[in-house]
Design a protein around this ligand. Sequence first.
Ligand SMILES: [Zn+2]
Length: 116
Amino acid sequence: MSYASTCHCGAIGATISGDLPAEAMTCNCSICRRKGTVLHFVPAGEATLEAPADKLGDYTFNKNAIHHHFCLVCGCTPFTTGTDPQGNEMVAVNLRCVPECDLDRLKLTAIDGASF
Ligand SMILES: [Zn+2]
């Protein structure tokens, strides 16, 4: 099975192999608190990105380790990309952009990203 996280207009997105997760993370860092993302991290090899260069916004800050992608057409953030502390390429899926994900049933873990 797979599931897809897509922006509102469909220009960008990520298709993830595997089942929808039952758990996700919220984060209080300066960008997550503004965007309200609900994140699930997967190895980059499990994600197929739809990311045309003329539609993909890329915002970085701090150590520029995470690419906070967004759609240049509709503004949504279906995924971000980056590397974990071990250097592995990761994709953070924003489960708010997965229509079939029941957000109210997710077990959420709050990450104190503001202190990183
Ligand atoms: Zn869009």
